[in-house]
Structure formats: structure tokens, C-alpha cells
Design a binder for this molecule. Structure first.
Ligand code: ATP
Ligand code: MG
Length: 199
């Protein structure tokens, strides 16, 4: 079986083995060992639970095949990161709209992603797949949901300052369409962002 390193991040080592991805959360020497074990196990369990939940609510995400305390084995999604796919300007609105709808579906089920950067979305055959759910959580709070939008806007602004406006407009357009509490969340987003400006 061939094994290819896809990513070695701060948290995890991600390998591809044919049609499968193995994401193993690695030990961090600077963290207290028992805290480290606790965090790795908690994030792994969260990732499995949320990926399965996303499936149930119709949000595309890799299927989990199996897992241990620190490793998730899931389907390989043979697509591009949204970060890279976004360089094609004509796709900007379509991807933004899709992302807006997926976030709306997640928030309607009180799932907050927690790390909504375009690095955590894969595009395969024009469909967006949500990944990296280790920091996700259940919340009914407007503030938490607004933070998902804020983090996305900040990540987009940093990566693609010239494309951010069009992309985010498309996100918000669909978010409003598919989530009945969108107006409240967007109000909170404005508050969060004006707090940032006045700091
Ligand atoms: N199911 C998958 N199919 C294809 N590629 C994947 C899959 N899961 C992860 N990857 C690739 O591995 C990368 C890292 O995965 P992920 O975002 O889940 O880890 P990470 O927690 O962000 O790592 P860190 O935060 O430590 O950088 C992704 O950006 C993507 O390129
Ligand atoms: Mg990631």
C-alpha cells in the first residue's frame, strides 16, 4: 500500500493511503503529558462525531471509516483545497454561495465549525466538502456562529484581499436564504467587527 504525506501541521499528521486518509494527532512535547493526551483524545472524538453529524444533516464531508483515540481514518476526497480552487475567478460566486448554504445548514443545527478557513474546505467535482472538525462544537449562541463568519472573512481577507468582498457577499447571500436566524447572527457579526475596529 502506498502512503503519501499530505500534511504535517501543528496538530496532526495527515497521510493518504490509496482511497483513505489517516489523520493522527501527534504528541506535543511542550504540553503537559496528561493535558496533551486529553486534548488529542477530545479533538479526535469531536472530529469523528461532527463529521458523522454533518453527513446526517446533508453537509458534504469525508465519511469516517474507523477511529482510535488519536487517529481518524476517513475517505480521501480527491479535490483541491478551496484556498487553491479560489484562484479561478469565475468560480468565486458559486463557491461562496455553496459555502454560505453549508454554514447555514450547520448553524441551523447549532454546529459551529470553529476554524472556518478556506484551508479546511475541499472542492471536488464542484462540491465543497467540510474537513478539520476537531475544534467544532455545539452551540446555540449567536456570538459563536457569528465568529465562524468573522474567522472566514478574516482568513479570506488575508489570503485574497481582492476577491474577499465578492466571495463573502455570495456567502452571506445564501446564508440568509437558508438560515432563519441569519439576520440576528449578521447583526452580531457587525458588532464583533466594529469592536475590532475600535480596539
Ligand atoms: N479527507 C481528506 N481528503 C483529502 N485531503 C485531506 C482530507 N483530510 C485532510 N486532508 C488534507 O490534509 C490537510 C490537513 O488536514 P486538516 O485540516 O484536517 O488538519 P489540521 O488539523 O488543519 O492540521 P493543522 O491544524 O495542525 O495544520 C488539509 O488541508 C487537506 O489538504
Ligand atoms: Mg486544517
Amino acid at each position: 500500500m502506498t502512503s503519501r504525506l499530505l500534511h504535517r501541521g501543528a496538530e496532526a499528521v495527515v497521510r493518504q493511503e490509496t482511497d483513505t486518509v489517516v489523520k493522527k494527532r501527534i504528541q506535543k512535547p511542550y504540553r503537559h503529558p496528561s493535558l496533551d493526551t486529553h486534548l488529542r483524545e477530545e479533538r479526535t472524538a469531536t472530529e469523528v462525531r461532527i463529521l458523522q453529524k454533518l453527513h446526517q444533516i446533508g453537509v458534504p464531508a469525508p465519511t469516517v471509516q474507523e477511529h482510535t483515540k488519536d487517529t481518524v481514518v476517513m475517505d480521501y476526497v480527491p479535490g483541491d483545497l478551496l484556498t487553491h480552487a479560489l484562484t479561478q475567478i469565475e468560480e468565486l460566486t458559486a463557491y461562496g454561495q455553496q459555502f454560505g448554504r453549508l454554514l447555514a445548514q450547520m448553524h441551523a443545527h447549532d454546529i459551529v465549525h470553529g476554524d472556518t478557513t478556506p484551508h479546511n474546505v475541499l472542492v471536488w467535482e464542484d462540491t465543497l466538502y467540510i474537513i478539520d472538525c476537531g475544534l467544532s462544537y455545539h452551540s446555540q449562541r449567536d456570538e459563536d456562529k457569528a465568529m465562524d463568519l468573522h474567522v472566514l472573512r478574516q482568513a479570506m481577507e488575508a489570503a485574497y484581499p481582492s476577491l474577499c468582498h465578492s466571495f463573502f457577499t455570495a456567502v452571506i447571500d445564501r446564508y440568509k436564504l437558508y438560515y432563519e436566524n441569519a439576520a440576528r447572527i449578521l447583526q452580531r457579526l457587525e458588532q464583533i467587527e466594529s469592536r475590532g475596529k475600535h480596539k
